[in-house]
Design a protein around this ligand. Structure first.
Ligand SMILES: NC(=O)C1=CN([C@@H]2O[C@H](COP(=O)(O)OP(=O)(O)OC[C@H]3O[C@@H](n4cnc5c(N)ncnc54)[C@H](OP(=O)(O)O)[C@@H]3O)[C@@H](O)[C@H]2O)C=CC1
Ligand SMILES: Cc1cn([C@H]2C[C@H](O)[C@@H](COP(=O)(O)OP(=O)(O)O[C@H]3O[C@@H](C)C(=O)[C@@H](O)[C@H]3O)O2)c(=O)[nH]c1=O
Length: 300
């Protein structure tokens, strides 16, 4: 069976993707920073610690494993951290991507980059693949640069942009809006939640399924893969509270200008996923169904 190399293996998206790839019978070459935090064992899962900012660590893995497909998920993903540590963000999100492309071109046939709705300025919203990027955060800027590197690669490539990914908390993984809202409500902690940032939030399982479609079909080019429903974090939080039987009074509706975050966030993003639905057969689930399932699993 084909070998798929996945970077950022200990991250939220990678953990869901690796679980799905193993279920589908692929051999997964998983690389992450430091020891594995993947709470799964499988003879078809090979984990290699590799810091992508150290150029040769992953080249040796590539030479040894010769993966047919590379799925590049590793990145500095905290938008505020990227704004405060711009050089580090550029080294990781751009220069490490350039290095990985060079390594992959020698050994792999297909390269997939995960990118973001933050490549857009947030003026229009519901973006399609042909809309012009205009990032307003350093994180978004680094992703635009990474996309440009991939588009000039000497091998087949796909760029998958997604938006506000949510899922159950992963061991040692970053928080996401579902895990953050749910853990705050469970602790009885009042939280301020924005109601003027518009997104099409994406269940991590749906994103993993979409990435699998791109792998299977070797679907070259640019794809917007996200949920279909336009929501704000506040409306998401109200639904999460209701589903979990929590007190919605703990949620205070605010607007983004009440946040003094170092990293600017585009107000109106979200994706029109018509192209992915038509050409890939991508079909995300409903937000309410996903949080019901996650809440049940979380409660077990
Ligand atoms: N989450 C979201 O809402 C969205 C995510 N994306 C993109 O999807 C991809 C995956 O995101 P997500 O899973 O949420 O992010 P996470 O932050 O959960 O995972 C990113 C992973 O990259 C790893 N990493 C960071 N620096 C290095 C390095 N120098 N060497 C090796 N690994 C490194 C991190 O390691 P460690 O665990 O040690 O920190 C982490 O496991 C990213 O490219 C992101 O930009 C796009 C749109 C939305
Ligand atoms: C911390 C906080 C967040 N929020 C909202 C803002 C945001 O929409 C959502 C999640 O908070 P974050 O700061 O993690 O969101 P943010 O960093 O904006 O998330 C981004 O992550 C990167 C990786 C992406 O690529 C983007 O698509 C997007 O998902 O919750 C509140 O309403 N109140 C709060 O106190």
């Amino acid at each position: 069976m084909e070998k798929i190399l996945v970077t950022g293996a200990n991250g939220m998206v990678a953990q869901a993707l690796i679980k799905l790839l193993l279920q589908q019978g692929y051999t997964v070459i998983a690389t992450g920073r430091g020891p594995s935090r993947l709470n799964m064992t499988d003879p078809s899962l090979h984990y290699y610690p590799a810091d992508l900012t150290h150029p040769f660590e992953l080249q040796m893995v590539m030479e040894k494993e010769l993966p047919q497909v590379v799925v590049h998920l590793a990145a500095m993903t905290q938008v505020d951290e990227c704004a405060l540590r711009q050089n580090e963000a550029h080294v990781m999100n751009v220069e490490a991507t350039a290095r990985l492309l060079l390594d992959a071109e020698s050994f792999s046939s297909f390269f997939i980059l995960l990118s973001t709705d933050f490549v857009f300025d947030g003026e229009k919203g519901m973006y399609i693949e042909t809309d012009e990027p205009a990032p307003i955060s350093w994180y978004g800027h680094t992703k635009v640069e990474a996309e440009a590197l991939v588009e000039t690669a000497a091998m087949d490539w796909a760029i998958i942009r997604t938006c506000l990914v949510y899922g159950a908390a992963t061991p040692g993984g970053r928080q996401n809006i579902f895990s953050w809202v749910r853990s705050s409500l469970e602790a009885g902690k009042p939280i301020n939640v924005v109601d003027d940032q518009w997104r099409t939030p994406t269940a991590v399982e749906d994103l993993a399924a979409g990435i699998l479609l791109v792998i299977r079909q070797r679907a070259k080019g640019l794809w917007h893969l996200s949920g279909e429903e336009r929501m704000t974090p506040y409306r998401m939080a109200l639904a999460i509270a209701a589903q979990g039987g929590f007190d919605g009074q703990l949620l205070t509706r605010v607007t983004a200008d009440s946040f003094t975050q170092p990293g600017k966030r585009p107000l109106l993003t979200g994706f029109d996923i018509s192209k992915a639905k038509k050409e890939l057969g991508f079909q995300p689930g409903k937000f309410a169904d996903h949080i019901k399932k996650m809440t049940t699993e979380d409660g077990q």
